[in-house]
Design a protein around this ligand. Structure first.
Ligand code: CP
Length: 295
């Protein structure tokens, strides 16, 4: 015998039970009585993610916010509900904030004006991935003790990268220097930054080498990546050319053998897993200050 009743239909309830239910619901609707209980953050990832989603989940848990994780595959998107309607409905559940990853065509700016709960961008098409840039720079600062004037080489698929887009914004605020190296088709068309024409010169300049993932899902044409690692990636030969104090970053996920070979991840100069670890702290801090109205 189950120890608690199920509610499979309404025939099993009487009027007084329903009245009690409504009174309790009314009490719960007066949120001020429950100020420090039952806080939630909604995690809506309409594009795949491992690091960012789980990092935000951990950050929420550590701060005492229950993470409401939207499961795209079992959601009513399958029945034809739009993303906007899904977000409006989830917002109506009353989360304290929404963390959203989506493609460029979702108008997060407009949504944020219409929703009471703040939205945190967890990767928005190629527009930006602000928390990734923040955790990167936090990691750089922890390792190098400075950001002002730090020489950051961004290498690889820069044009299709929201991580690069956020670094272009953040570098102007934190005064670190960005230079680029990559195949012509992967270079941005608008940013006015130094572009190296040889890997040797680029690596020699850099204090940080940030390899970016080849973003296959955003390419208009299939790219030939057969010689990519040799020409634009890191490998054991490039490791031997890299200065001992130069640090290696990658936001993940890594295509092994493309942006870098396995030994690069294992090299003591690699900060890849530190980036992930620091991401939790940075996201905790972001939520904390956002909720206090301090950002
Ligand atoms: N760096 C990053 O955004 O990784 P995920 O896509 O796994 O979240």
């Amino acid at each position: 015998m189950p120890s608690r009743s199920s509610l499979l239909d309404l025939k099993s309830l009487n009027q007084s039970q329903i009245q009690k239910l409504f009174e309790t619901a009314e009490a719960f609707s007066q949120k001020s009585q429950f100020a420090n209980q039952g806080k939630t953050g909604a995690l809506l990832f309409f594009e795949p993610s491992t690091r960012t989603r789980m990092s935000f989940e951990v950050a929420c848990m550590r701060l005492g916010y229950y993470p409401l994780v939207f499961d795209i595959n079992s959601s009513s998107l399958e029945k034809g509900e739009t993303l906007e309607d899904s977000i409006l409905n989830i917002n109506a559940l009353g989360p304290d904030f929404l963390i959203i990853r989506c493609k460029d065509d979702l108008d997060l700016a407009k949504l944020s004006q219409n929703l009471k709960a703040p939205i945190i961008n967890a990767g928005w098409g190629v527009k930006g991935h602000p928390t990734q840039a923040l955790l990167d720079t936090f990691t750089m600062f922890r390792r190098k003790g400075k950001l002002d004037g730090l020489r950051v080489l961004i290498m690889g698929d820069i044009r299709h990268s929201r991580v690069a887009a956020s670094h272009f914004e953040l570098a102007k605020i934190l005064n670190y220097k960005i230079a680029l190296f990559g195949p012509k088709d992967f270079l941005p068309q608008e940013e006015k930054v130094t572009v190296f024409d040889s890997m040797e010169k680029a690596l020699d300049w850099a204090e940080i080498v940030m390899c970016l993932r080849a973003q296959f899902e955003r390419h208009q044409q299939k790219q030939d990546l057969q010689n990519y690692n040799q020409d634009y990636g890191l490998n054991s030969q490039r490791l031997s050319q890299l200065k001992k104090e130069t640090l290696i970053f990658h936001p993940g996920p890594i295509h092994h053998g493309v942006e870098m070979t396995k030994e690069v991840l294992d090299d003591p100069r690699s900060c890849v897993l530190q980036q992930v670890q620091n991401g939790v702290y940075v996201r905790q801090a972001l939520i904390h200050h956002l909720m206090k109205g301090e950002l």
